[in-house]
Design a protein around this ligand. Structure first.
Ligand SMILES: [Zn+2]
Ligand SMILES: [Zn+2]
Length: 286
């Protein structure tokens, strides 16, 4: 079964139980259709096992310092495809206009700047085409996901990564912050998943990744049981950060990872209502 078909089946089951999912499902399905439309590429860094091990030992993500080597040919096509995505809402027409005007070289420069964390180029691009920055961030991130995931696969194939030696709040592949947690059986550990590259690593269950607080009196878990699955919000009262989590048997593939994120937006709202933030105050201050 194609990924798009499988995704549609899951949403249909959710919508049968709760009609509120209809709108968010349309936006997500359109996103997956656009990302799946372009043939998967094969991209590799081909670093030696020793090089990878040495980076990880220093806490340096796999792709850091290799940004110029990332193959962006397909990410540019994904970016163009997403410039007409229904999820853009009110910004759709200006993104469409940008999609017609921007050259491949400009888009490549924008994506490269994102990988390098160079905000000047991104601000300039947004200004030039009149695009809201927050929406542009989302589009850049999604446009890069299928490409970065190719590197994640290569990273995992090398089998150099040792989960228990990493245990950080950022992704060992691309360095982004965890997007959500998957509870996959371990009593001691949860799996963090990266929404930029679908990276997968572990972190303690009883500890806050934002401020490393391990005092269980300042950590709380809100369990949410729904027909479609069981979820939780792990919150920290030391820094007011939270992580949303989902019980899973197996790791989700990239498009299902996005589905998990889309289908749990209500958990983010709930956490915010309770005064918690995705970043935690400590991280925001840095
Ligand atoms: Zn990542
Ligand atoms: Zn904390």
């Amino acid at each position: 079964m194609s990924t798009v078909r499988a995704i549609k089946n899951v949403w249909n089951r959710y919508i049968d139980k709760n009609k509120d999912y209809k709108n968010v499902s349309k936006v997500h399905i359109d996103l997956v259709e656009r990302l799946e439309k372009i043939e998967p590429l094969v991209a590799r860094l081909e670093l030696s096992k020793e090089e990878i091990a040495s980076k990880l030992q220093q806490g340096i993500p796999y792709l850091e310092g290799e940004e110029d080597k990332v193959e962006l040919q397909f990410a540019i096509m994904h970016f163009r495809e997403l410039s007409n995505w229904t999820g853009l809402g009110d910004s759709r027409s200006i993104f469409k206009k940008m999609g017609k005007k921007a050259t491949d070289a400009e888009i490549q420069q924008l994506q490269r700047a994102w990988l390098l964390g160079d905000s000047t180029v991104i601000d300039q691009f947004a200004g030039q085409y009149n695009l809201p920055l927050d929406v542009l961030f989302v589009v850049i991130r999604y446009s890069l996901l299928p490409t970065l995931n190719q590197y994640t696969k290569e990273f995992e194939e090398t089998k150099v990564f040792n989960e228990e030696e990493w245990m950080k709040d950022y992704c060992p592949v691309c360095g982004d912050q965890h997007g959500l947690a998957e509870y996959r059986g371990s009593e001691r550990l949860r799996h963090f998943r990266c929404l930029s590259c679908a990276g997968d690593w572990t972190y303690w269950r009883i500890a806050c990744p934002h401020c490393e607080n391990k005092d269980h009196n300042q950590l709380s878990t809100l369990l949410i049981q729904e027909e479609k699955g069981s979820f939780q919000i792990d919150a920290c009262d030391a820094c007011h950060g939270y992580v949303k989590g989902i019980n899973k048997l197996d790791p989700s593939s990239p498009m299902f990872l996005l589905l998990d994120d889309f289908a749990t937006f209500h958990l983010d709202l709930l956490a915010k209502e309770k005064g918690y933030h995705r970043q935690g105050s400590q991280t925001t201050l840095q």
